[in-house]
Design a binder for this molecule. Structure first.
Ligand code: URA
Length: 193
């Protein structure tokens, strides 16, 4: 079924921006929607917010090629307006499939639209830098990198929040090991006779 929202974005977008990164990424970053630069190139986070995201990744010794970067919606809303609920609903199946295929250990929500999907009813100022575990993945809420470009005082907060990711990854890997390691068999009493 085709919805009005998807038809409209299809008409105004230049390129679809599905997302990109490592197929075996441990961490999936989910932003909001492509902006002008992303729409031109068909790649996520390649404009000013993306440059800040790259520097955040570098601060924890990661390159964008080692993670996966996607968005809640895959086509640019005209004039960079906020995504409409119908557009989010229309794109939901693509994001769901990406999560299913990647099966990341950590999902980082960037900004309120991405947060709303996994932390419904919460406010970013209250829950940034907090986690919840769901379906075997750790969800970590962060401000959108573009927030630092508009509100300079958030830059440091975002940088600090990013520094929590390496320890979360250690935690996620330890939890998976715990789940997959079989409990050791009870020791057999040695029979001497
Ligand atoms: N902002 C987003 O949310 N996603 C992008 O890909 C670029 C900017």
């Amino acid at each position: 079924m085709l919805f009005a929202g998807s038809v409209k974005l299809q008409k105004t977008r230049t390129k679809v921006v599905p997302g990109e990164g490592a197929e075996n990424a441990d961490i999936l970053f989910i932003g909001e929607a492509p902006g002008w630069h992303e729409d031109q190139q068909g790649r996520p986070f390649v404009g000013p917010a993306g440059q800040f995201l790259d520097s955040l990744l570098a601060s924890i010794n990661l390159k964008r090629q080692q993670v996966y970067i996607a968005n809640v919606i895959k086509c640019r809303p005209p004039g960079n307006r906020d995504p409409l609920p119908i557009e989010i609903a229309n794109c939901q199946k693509w994001l769901n499939r990406q999560i299913e295929l990647l099966s990341p250990k950590i999902i980082v929500t960037l900004g309120r639209y991405s947060m709303a999907r996994f932390f419904p009813g919460k406010s970013i100022s209250n829950i940034h830098c907090t986690t919840q575990t769901q379906n075997g993945a750790i969800y970590f809420a962060m401000y959108h990198p573009a927030a630092a470009l508009h509100q300079g005082n958030l830059r440091q907060t975002i940088e600090q929040d990013m520094l929590k990711l390496p320890s979360l990854l250690v935690q996620a890997k330890a939890e998976i090991t715990k789940e997959t390691t079989p409990k050791s068999e009870p020791q057999q009493q040695l029979n001497m006779f």
